[in-house]
Design a protein around this ligand. Structure first.
Ligand code: UT7
Length: 323
C-alpha cells in the first residue's frame, strides 16, 4: 500500500490581536490569571473574515509550498466547529474562493481533534486510490460563537486556520494514525444549535448559539488522553520517545502539556507550543503550529514527530509524521 506525505503546509491568522489586558476591559479577569492558568498571552480575532476566508488563505499558502495549483486538487476537507453555514459545507466556499473546481468537498465535525480526523480521511482516500491528493484544513472563527460575557471560556479561544496538502509518496509520511471518541462526555464542551422547532413543537426557549464548557472535566480528560494517545502511537510504530523529535499537541492549555510531559517523563521542550500567541484555535491549532515549525526550520527532513489532539465529544486523535 502506498504511503502518504504532507507535501505543503500553510496557515493564516487574522491581523487583529487581542491581549489579555484587552480582555480584562470586558470581563472580570487579568493577564496574571490567564497567563498562569493557561499560558495564553494573546489571540487573533476576526474583524469580519469568516471561516472559509481564513481557510482559503491558509490553503493557497499550502498549495504553493506543495507546488500544486487549485485545479489539481481532488478533495478538500475542512475540519471546523464554526462553519460558515449549516449547509453547504465550508469546504465548498473554500473551493469557490481558491478556484479548485475539480475537488470533492465536505466538512467534518470533531472539534479540536478535527484536523487529525480530517488528515486520517485524506490519507485513506489517497491510499485507496479514491483521490490522487487531498487538501486538509482546520479553520475556526470561534469568536463568533464565544460567549463574551463568560470569563470561564472567552479568555481561551482564538481565530485562525491551517492547511496541509497530502500527496502519495514512496517514502513514509503519515502513519499510525487513529481517532477516538466518547459520546458519554458530550455535554462537557458544547456549542448548541437550533432546537427542534416545527408545527408540532414549540421550544420553551431558543438560546443564542454559544460555547459552554466544564473546564475541569475537559482538563482531566485532556491531560490523560495526551499520555495514552502518544503511547499508543509509539507502540503501533514500534518506536520510543527517543526516536521522536517533537510532539505537536493541540494548543489548548500549557498546564495540560506540563502534566502530560511529566507523566511521559520527557522535558516540556519536547512539546512544541505557540498557544501564548494564538490561544486555542481548535481544529486549526496543530497545522498553525506545524507551519511555524517549518518556517523556523524547527523540523527538518527525516524528523519524526507525533501529532496529538483532544476536544469536545470527547474526541481524540494522534499520528506519527515522518517529515
Ligand atoms: O480544546 C479543549 C478546550 N478546553 C480546554 O482546554 C479547557 C481545559 N480546562 C482548563 O484549561 C481549565 O480548567 C481552565 C483554564 C478553563 C480553568 O482553570 P481552573 O484552574 O480549572 O479554574 P476553575 O474553573 O477551577 O476556576 C477557579 C477560579 C474560580 O473562582 P472561585 O470559584 O474559586 O472564586 C473561577 O470563577 O477562577 C475563576 N475564574 C477566573 N478568574 C479570572 C475562571 N475564569 C477566570 C478568568 N479570570 N478568566
Amino acid at each position: 500500500m502506498r504511503e502518504v506525505k504532507i507535501a505543503g503546509i500553510g496557515s493564516y491568522v487574522p491581523e487583529k490581536i487581542m491581549t489579555n489586558d484587552d480582555l480584562a476591559k470586558i470581563v472580570d479577569t487579568s493577564d496574571e490569571w490567564i497567563s498562569s492558568r493557561t499560558g495564553i498571552k494573546e489571540r487573533r480575532i476576526s474583524e469580519g473574515e469568516n471561516t472559509s476566508d481564513l481557510a482559503a488563505k491558509a490553503a493557497l499558502k499550502a498549495l504553493e509550498k506543495a507546488n500544486l495549483s487549485p485545479e489539481d486538487l481532488d478533495l478538500i476537507i475542512v475540519a471546523t466547529s464554526s462553519p460558515d453555514a449549516l449547509t453547504p459545507s465550508t469546504a465548498v466556499f473554500v473551493q469557490r474562493n481558491i478556484g479548485a473546481f475539480n475537488a470533492a468537498c465536505f466538512d467534518i465535525s470533531a472539534a479540536c481533534s478535527g484536523f487529525i480526523y480530517a488528515l486520517n480521511i485524506g490519507v485513506q482516500f489517497i491510499k485507496s486510490n479514491q483521490s490522487k491528493n487531498a487538501l486538509v484544513i482546520g479553520s475556526e472563527v470561534l469568536s463568533k460563537i464565544t460567549d463574551w460575557k463568560d470569563r470561564n471560556t472567552c479568555v481561551l479561544f482564538g481565530d485562525g486556520a491551517g492547511a496541509a496538502v497530502l500527496l502519495p509518496s514512496e517514502e513514509k509520511g503519515v502513519s499510525s494514525i487513529f481517532c477516538g471518541a466518547d459520546g458519554r462526555k458530550a455535554e462537557f464542551l458544547n456549542i448548541n444549535c437550533v432546537p427542534v422547532k416545527n408545527p408540532f413543537v414549540t421550544p420553551e426557549k431558543i438560546e443564542d448559539i454559544r460555547l459552554t464548557m466544564d473546564g475541569r472535566e475537559v482538563f482531566r480528560f485532556a491531560s490523560n488522553i495526551v499520555l495514552e494517545a502518544v503511547n499508543k502511537v509509539l507502540k503501533d510504530a514500534n518506536l520510543t520517545l527517543d526516536d521522536i523529535k517533537y510532539i505537536v499537541p493541540h494548543q489548548a492549555n500549557y498546564r495540560i502539556i506540563e502534566f502530560a510531559a511529566r507523566k511521559l517523563g520527557v522535558p516540556e521542550e519536547k512539546f512544541f507550543l505557540n498557544l501564548q500567541k494564538y490561544g486555542n484555535t481548535s481544529a486549526a491549532s496543530i497545522p498553525i503550529a506545524l507551519d511555524e515549525m517549518i518556517e523556523k526550520e524547527i523540523i527538518k527532513k527525516g524528523d519524526k514527530i507525533i501529532l496529538v489532539a483532544f476536544g469536545a465529544g470527547f474526541t481524540w486523535s494522534a499520528c506519527l509524521v515522518e517529515w
